[in-house]
Design a protein around this ligand. Structure first.
Ligand code: SAM
Length: 233
């Protein structure tokens, strides 16, 4: 099965559809309750939720869910495959939560951590240094994964932030997917369990990869379909 996006929970896709893939490229919801940590004139501003869910689980449940998703991804990934898992250091209740807290409880080996420099942020809360970075966890099964850093990137990469697609709050820029997929050996199937508006699939088509995706929200799934078919205006 390839070049298909499923309008369903990714855990069901992985449980029921027997997917096999060579790469994962994804960014899960960050469990920030639709609050994108934006400040304007000193006041916190909320930019709205994802369509259809509040992204606001108790933190321990969120982490348990992410471990379970990562372990399912591990089972579907080829032995020399690479999982690009984008997340960030979140600030909750005046402390940080680092993604390694749960990634290290999954079956994956953490091969490398790349810092993504987005260069700017709407969060200009002066009680902290302004957070302009996110992280890309390169997760593998074996010690020799399909990575070839042909473009000689360092472990800090500058990436353009994505714009909103029809109100979707967390769209990747195509540049983000292109940068990381240009650092793997050979083509294959890329699975994005949280494909949102379909950026991963759009870039896969452009670069000659096959894709698979899951998206829970019907509205967002339809945007992804239109983007992949080239009919979104
Ligand atoms: C961070 S966004 C991904 C955005 C995507 N990278 C893009 O470029 O549009 C996460 C997406 O995952 C979807 N989602 C949340 N929980 C899901 C689940 N259990 N299974 C599938 N999709 C889910 C949300 O509706 C949201 O569109």
């Amino acid at each position: 099965m390839k070049n298909k996006i499923y309008n369903e929970d990714c855990q069901d896709t992985m449980l029921l559809r027997g997917l096999k893939f060579d790469y994962v490229f994804t960014s899960p919801p960050y469990n920030l309750g639709g609050d994108f940590h934006t400040f304007s004139k000193g006041k916190r501003v909320t930019h709205g939720d994802y369509d259809g869910f509040s992204d606001n689980l108790p933190e321990h449940e969120y982490q348990k869910q992410q471990i379970s998703v990562l372990n399912q991804l591990y089972e579907g990934l080829s032995d020399d495959g690479v999982c690009f898992y984008n997340h960030k250091i979140r600030i909750k209740k005046r402390s940080i939560i680092h993604p390694l807290e749960w990634i290290n409880k999954s079956k994956f080996n953490v091969y490398q951590i790349i810092t993504i420099d987005f260069g700017s942020t709407p969060n200009v809360d002066k009680s902290r240094f302004f957070p302009v970075s996110e992280l890309m966890f390169i997760l593998t099964k074996k010690r020799e994964p399909l990575i070839f850093n042909e473009k000689c990137f360092t472990d800090i990469v500058k990436i353009k932030k994505g714009g909103r697609k029809r109100g979707h709050p967390a769209t990747f820029s195509e540049n983000m997917v292109e940068t990381f997929l240009s650092s793997v050996k050979g083509k294959g199937i890329v699975y994005d369990p949280y494909i949102g508006t379909g950026t991963t699939a759009v870039v896969c088509k452009k670069l000659g990869f096959d894709y698979l995706g899951s998206e829970y929200s019907k509205n967002t799934f339809e945007i992804a379909q239109e983007r992949v078919n080239g009919t979104l205006f």
